[in-house]
Structure formats: structure tokens, C-alpha cells
Design a protein around this ligand. Structure first.
Ligand SMILES: *Cc1c(COP(=O)(O)O)cnc(C)c1O
Length: 396
């Protein structure tokens, strides 16, 4: 099928939930991907921060195929050696005590929210269940994680939303203090707001918030769905803020391309979710866990993380030096670029036409390249971006 036919099939048979770019992708290697017409693209998206090792990484393909050929699924009524190995590895690498495995970022956040509420209800009673999240945040698409998301544009159509969320201003302790009261059980944050426009929180705010929560036995839940698994230059982003959250959630880059989510909590909270209180059919699937184990075995290496920081720094310097760039922000290889002219959407579409895949986040262009991208591929992608930006410049 050619592109027009695929587009037609999508139009005829799928709910129109996505605004898609004009490319049908079918094969890739590293940071390069081809469409059905054979055109090649440099990929600065990794899916949306998912393919942390790039397309079809050799070790990852081997690990996943071997597991698929051995045992593709068992129910969570039985023990699974791949699953327990992944959980143990996550605990060993982070110092967290216990893990719940699920299938997505939203599900990982659902687990964190349930855990926080149950902990608080058991210790302080049914009136202490409110969760404070931040304005401009994004936490997922389920009815509860939409409620947790601090953007009004997500609070439409699907009423009634889950109750018990309040929204504080990022980097504003006074606003947090206004939202917190005797009913508050947790604070939920992204350290770098991804969908909200690649906005890193300030270190001062985050450390104050962590102290504030600790003093009141309010759980600090950090949504690392986008920032985790090496993306910002450390295995998890909270390490760079010098804090110890009570709970973190992980997904996107963890499976290297397969759907996985994880909710990690401290040893102290490890028993809050008891038998029968939470579960999932697919969570911790052996094939997915084999992929995640391969990702962790590569990414959780100081040399690898050093390279992420170096490549991130290189990207940032090159972007800052580009004409028509108003601002660059973010951490590691999670970068946002504010264009001086043109909207992020039209620039990203023009880049796709020229052979570069880019994401947007509100008014920002957003870069989440595979962590394994080479300097050559970075340069090739940046050259396209520069050309598109310069072309846009000349239109006015
Ligand atoms: C993508 C994202 C989610 C939702 O993850 P899904 O896998 O799409 O459910 C939640 N939180 C953050 C910070 C994200 O970036």
C-alpha cells in the first residue's frame, strides 16, 4: 500500500484521535527510519521517548525475540523469573524497595495515586486523600490521571472526573502551601514538565517541596514517565535534584519500544498494596520484561549516561547557536526549543517533509532522540532543522 491508501484506511477505520504527520513509517535502524515510499528520516523523537536504544537495536532484538520464542506470557498467578529479575534490577539500581509492573505511564501513575491514598487512609482516615499536582503538568489519559493533570484543556467532556486533586503553581512554594491542607495525602510532580513545554522545575523549589512533604508525612510522587531511564542524563531525574521521593513512576523509555510501566516505592511503603488490591493481566509480561532488562543493562551504566550528558550538551549548544531560536531548555537529551518565528506545529511538519522527525510540546519544538544516536545523525538532523528554521525566516 502507498501512503495515500494507508491514510485512507486510517481515516475509514480508526477513531480520529491523533493529529498525524504525513509519513507512514515501516522500518528503522538506530536513529534512522524509513517510510513506505522509501524516504529516510532522522529521528529526534524515539516514538515519544520510547525507543531509548533506537530502532531495532541488536541486543534488544535478541533479548526480546529469544523470550518470545521461549514463553510469551503467563498470568500473574504464577511466578515469572524475567519479571522478578526486572523488579530486582530496578530496586538495586534505584534504592527503592518494591515495584509494581504495569503497561503504561498512566497506569503507573494510577498505582502511585492508589498507593498514596491507601497509605494515608489507613494511617489518618478517610478525609485525607487529596493530591496536589502542578499546573501545566501531564500525567496520562485515564479519567483519574486526566484529573491529576493540571491543565484545564484536559478537563472537558468526560465528566465526572475523579475528585480530590488540586493544582499548585510550579516553582512556587506559597502556591503549594495554599493548596495543601489537612486533607492532603500526596504531591505529584514531573521534574521536567514534558508535554507542558519542557519546563524543568528549579532545584530550590524541589528541595523545599521535598522537605515540606517529609515534615507532614505527605508522600512525594515523582512522575518520571518521560524523564526516566537515562533521558535527562542520570538513570532517573530525581537523582540530579538531590531528593529521595517516596514513589516514582516510569514507563516510556523503560521497555525500549514495548509497553511497560513501573511504580517504585520505598521499602516502608512496600506493603501498602496487598493481595487483591491492585493488578493487571499484561503487567510484567515476560517479553516486555526481557526488553526492559536489556535497556537497563545498557542505560544504567555510568559511561552510557556520561555520553547522554555529552550528546545533550552538544545538542543544546548547537541549538542555541541556531538562527531563529529564541530559547533552549530541558535536561540531558530532553530538550525544548522555542522558535522565534513560526509555530512549533508548522515547523515540525516542515521538518518531516525535509526528513527529520521532531515532537512539539505547546509552543516548543521538543527533541527526545534515541539515547544511542550518533554525532553524525545529530548533525544530519540539526542541518535539516537549521534549514527549515532559516527557510521560515525568509518567508516574512
Ligand atoms: C507520556 C506521559 C504519561 C502517560 O504515559 P502513557 O504511557 O501514555 O499512559 C504520563 N506522565 C508523563 C510525564 C508522560 O510524559
Amino acid at each position: 500500500m502507498n501512503f495515500a491508501q494507508i491514510q485512507q484506511q486510517e481515516h475509514d477505520s480508526m477513531m480520529p484521535t491523533y493529529g498525524r504527520f504525513a509519513a507512514a513509517l515501516c522500518e528503522g535502524r538506530g536513529a534512522l527510519v524509513k517510510d513506505v515510499e522509501g524516504k529516510e528520516y532522522v529521528d529526534f523523537t524515539s516514538g515519544i521517548g520510547v525507543n531509548s536504544l533506537g530502532y531495532c537495536d541488536e541486543g534488544w532484538v535478541k533479548a526480546v525475540s529469544a523470550q518470545a520464542g521461549k514463553l510469551q506470557h503467563i498470568s500473574n498467578l504464577y511466578y515469572s523469573p524475567v519479571q522478578t529479575e526486572l523488579a530486582a534490577r530496578l530496586c538495586a539500581l534505584t534504592g527503592f524497595g518494591k515495584v509494581f509492573l504495569c503497561n503504561s505511564g498512566a497506569e503507573a501513575n494510577e498505582c502511585a495515586i492508589k498507593l498514596a491514598r491507601k497509605y494515608s487512609v489507613e494511617k489518618y482516615g478517610k478525609e485525607r486523600t487529596t493530591i496536589v499536582s502542578l499546573l501545566n503538568s501531564f500525567h496520562g489519559r485515564t479519567v483519574t490521571t486526566l484529573a491529576a493533570t493540571g491543565q484545564d484543556s484536559f478537563h472537558n467532556y468526560f465528566f465526572p472526573f475523579t475528585e480530590g486533586f488540586r493544582y499548585a503553581k510550579a516553582d512556587d512554594m506559597a502556591s503549594v502551601q495554599e493548596c495543601v491542607d489537612e486533607h492532603t495525602c500526596a504531591v505529584l510532580i514531573e521534574l521536567v514538565q514534558g508535554e507542558g513545554g519542557v519546563m524543568p522545575l528549579s532545584r530550590a523549589f524541589v528541595t523545599q517541596l521535598a522537605d515540606f512533604c517529609k515534615q507532614r508525612d505527605i508522600l512525594l510522587l515523582v512522575d518520571e514517565v518521560q524523564t526516566g531511564v537515562g533521558r535527562t542524563g542520570s538513570l532517573y531525574c530525581y537523582e540530579q535534584y538531590g531528593i529521595h521521593p517516596d514513589v516514582i513512576t516510569s514507563a516510556k523509555g523503560l521497555g525500549g519500544g514495548l509497553p511497560v510501566g513501573a511504580c517504585l516505592c520505598t521499602e516502608e511503603l512496600g506493603g501498602v498494596m496487598g493481595p487483591g488490591m491492585h493488578g493487571t493481566t499484561f503487567g510484567g509480561n515476560p517479553v516486555v520484561c526481557a526488553g526492559a532488562l536489556e535497556v537497563l543493562s545498557r542505560v544504567a551504566d555510568e559511561g552510557f549516561l556520561q555520553q547522554v550528558r555529552e550528546k545533550g550538551g552538544y545538542l543544546r549548544r548547537k541549538l542555541e547557536a541556531m538562527p531563529n531560536v529564541a530559547q533552549v531548555r530541558g535536561m540531558g537529551m530532553m530538550l525544548g526549543v522555542a522558535p522565534q518565528k513560526g509555530t512549533s506545529k508548522e515547523l515540525a511538519a516542515a521538518c518531516v517533509q525535509q526528513g527529520l522527525l521532531l515532537l512539539t510540546a505547546k509552543e516548543m519544538l521538543r527533541l527526545l532522540p534515541p539515547l544511542t544516536i550518533s554525532y553524525e545523525e545529530i548533525d544530519r538532523g540539526l542541518a535539516i532543522l537549521q534549514q527549515v528554521m532559516a527557510g521560515r525566516d525568509q518567508q516574512d
